[in-house]
Design a protein around this ligand. Structure first.
Ligand SMILES: O=C(O)CCC(=O)C(=O)O
Length: 265
């Protein structure tokens, strides 16, 4: 049985929140993705990665919330933020987002990894990934898998090259015992999961004739975690609560503020 109790998030490292977006909101999100795949989203200055790497590649749309206000709205959606607050508390910054797409019969895999490895500008352990299902996700179309509790101790695990047909260049070596404990985060479109940034997770090949797309949004609690904005490729947005000591580094986008395109310049 998958965990749906946010009170167990700290111990298990993940939690599922069924049906957070309604059918209409989910259909709109799916249309937004179809549009972004047909015509790439704009690259405002704010979406220009300082390391020069590409924002979009096959199976991946990078930082849509820093390129289109409608995607930003999803990251600031009250019910989405309620889910994050249930795990991280009331003071939240939005640090990254991207869409992971697996086309029908797509052989590409996401090897076991910890998210924190990929984010040198993000410091602390109260950091989560929210995975919002744009399409229904299940075992056949490569729903994400996680190993519950593998975040405990918040250790940086050794990375090794991940090999062919992989979305990410590096992976963590896992034991058969760990893999036997993995759970599949199957969910209907409009549902979401949260996972700790140190938990081991990944996804297999899409063995179905159905697409599987998920919108990943990364948040931190300002109580304990912080972002080195000098090294971070996009602006960091305060989306709920208080920013703490580093507030001057973050752009205030709390609920009473209506963002305009100026935040991308
Ligand atoms: O969507 C996937 O298959 C993997 C996503 C992932 O690994 C992540 O968001 O950290």
């Amino acid at each position: 049985m998958l965990n749906t109790d946010p009170a167990l998030f700290a111990d298990l490292g993940y939690c599922l929140f069924p049906d957070v977006l309604d059918l209409q909101e989910t259909a709109t999100l799916r249309r937004m993705l179809d549009e972004a795949l047909a015509t790439p989203l704009p690259r405002h200055a704010a979406a220009h990665r300082r390391d020069g790497s590409s924002l979009d590649r096959p199976g991946y749309v990078g930082e849509p919330h820093a390129r289109d206000l409608r995607w930003l709205d999803i990251c600031r959606h009250p019910r989405v933020l309620d889910a994050v607050a249930a795990a991280l508390g009331p003071n939240l910054i939005l640090v990254f987002s991207s869409v992971f797409i697996k086309l029908p019969q797509d052989p590409t895999q996401v090897a076991w990894h910890q998210d924190n490895t990929y984010w040198p500008s993000v410091h602390g352990t109260d950091v989560v990934t929210l995975w919002l299902a744009i399409d229904d996700a299940d075992v056949q179309n490569a729903a994400m898998q996680i190993i519950p509790g593998s975040h405990r101790g918040h250790e940086d695990l050794e990375m090794i090259p991940s090999g062919a047909n992989q979305t990410l260049g590096s992976k963590v070596a896992t034991t058969p015992e760990q893999e036997a404990r993995a759970v599949t985060l199957a969910m209907r479109a409009g549902s979401l999961s949260l996972h700790d940034s140190y938990i081991l997770h990944g996804s297999g090949a899409n063995q179905s004739d159905r697409r599987r797309a998920g919108y990943t949004i990364r948040y931190c609690s300002t109580d304990t975690a912080w972002v080195d904005v000098e090294k971070h490729p996009i602006p960091v947005f305060l989306v709920r609560g208080e920013a703490g000591q580093r507030g001057a580094d973050y752009t205030d986008l709390r609920p009473h503020i209506t963002p305009t395109l100026a935040i991308y310049s």
